[in-house]
Design a protein around this ligand. Structure first.
Ligand code: MRU
Length: 348
């Protein structure tokens, strides 16, 4: 199975996604800071993958502190956690994973440093393995919404590379293929960083899943011609009212889908919900380097000195989303009431 990271006990091996499909290079991280840097520079990206990598980064951070104990260990460990949180602001899975590691630390902190490190490593591995299982469940629920012969449009990469493995939106595609649904995937190239053209197309190519690559401005025409049966995307953060942040361009697709009566689905694990924020207006939107827009593969494509706006994500209002597909089931018409009812039902 394609996996963007492999834990090797004393280091994290990361598949460098910046160069796929041109080359398959691995990066070996031995410090918490290195993991942070590679989350920031997109060597590893995608909300659940960022969360799992951050958890392993925290284990590396704890290992760096192996000569300390007690308060000193705790102060330095928490400092590393704070730095990790700043790597990328929009995907809530990052703070979710860091909080989970800190909670685990709280339960271990009376033990000796060796046992604390061991306990943290077990927790990071649990986060990693759980994510793969969660994605398979999302795939199962999502595939039930896909009819035989469907043409599915996706944006960015919400595949194995964006998770611990299997993928959320592409997990649904994988499951539908396993069920012999004879689907076809339209892949938005996803400017500026081209996660669709480089990563989603690569994943589908690896598994011989039929697909067609399009530039982002072609989706409207395909919908107008009746060539898209459904849209499925991943998510970086979902507010209590269902507003969803995902890769820039997702909102435009959702508007197009609404206009053309095409179902628009979001596939995401529970860890992507941020029930502390009421609406999408509160979601922090990362703005990235203007070079991502002015250059492609280090080649300048626009005049030197031109002014650039480069938000990495946008927020799709809940009213444009037909359903959110989670590992516990499908939330139809995801509005505040339906989301709260769903979460309460899952708790009981
Ligand atoms: O900037 P990226 O590549 O990290 O953005 C990724 C996305 O927007 C994905 O759609 C999202 O994280 C969901 S991944 C399962």
């Amino acid at each position: 199975m394609i996996s963007p990271m492999i834990w090797q006990g004393n280091k994290l091996k990361i598949l460098d996604q910046r160069n796929i499909p041109l080359s398959m290079d691995y990066i070996f991280c031995t410090t918490c800071r290195e993991v942070e840097e590679h989350i920031y520079n997109l060597a590893i990206r995608g909300a659940p993958a960022i969360g799992a990598a951050a958890a392993f980064g925290m284990v590396l951070g704890a290992r760096e502190l192996r000569d300390f104990s007690g308060n000193k260990f705790e102060t330095l460990f928490r400092k590393k956690a704070l730095a990790m949180l700043k790597a990328r602001p929009t995907a809530v899975n990052l703070s979710w994973a860091v909080s989970r590691m800190l909670k685990e630390f709280e339960s271990l902190k009376e033990k000796n440093t060796g046992d604390i490190i061991k306990g943290l490593e077990e927790e990071a591995l649990t986060i990693y393995h759980e994510d793969i299982e969660i994605n398979k469940k999302i795939g199962q629920f999502g595939a039930s919404l896909v009819s035989k012969g469907a043409f599915i449009l996706t944006h960015c990469n919400a595949g194995a590379l964006a998770t611990a493995g299997y993928g959320t939106a592409l997990g649904i595609v994988r499951k539908a293929v396993e069920q012999e649904k004879e689907i076809h995937v339209y892949v938005d190239e996803t400017r500026p960083v081209l996660q669709g053209a480089r990563l989603t197309a690569w994943e589908l190519e690896q598994e011989e899943i039929p697909y067609t690559l399009i530039t982002d401005n072609m989706a409207g025409m395909l919908m107008q011609k009746g060539n898209i049966d459904l849209v499925v995307v991943g998510a970086d953060r979902i507010a209590l009212n269902g507003d969803t942040a995902n890769k820039i361009g997702t909102y435009s697709l959702a508007v197009l889908a609404k206009y053309h009566g095409v179902p628009f689905y979001v596939a995401a694990p529970f860890s992507t919900f941020d029930l502390n924020i009421k609406t999408g207006e509160e979601i922090p939107i990362e703005e990235r380097d203007c070079r991502e827009v002015t250059h492609i593969f280090n080649q300048r494509i626009s005049p030197d000195g031109c002014h650039v706006f480069n938000p990495s994500f946008d927020v799709t209002p809940a009213g444009l989303i037909s359903a959110i597909i989670t590992e516990k089931g499908v939330i139809e018409n995801p509005r505040e009431n339906n989301i709260s009812t769903f979460f309460n039902k899952m708790k009981s």
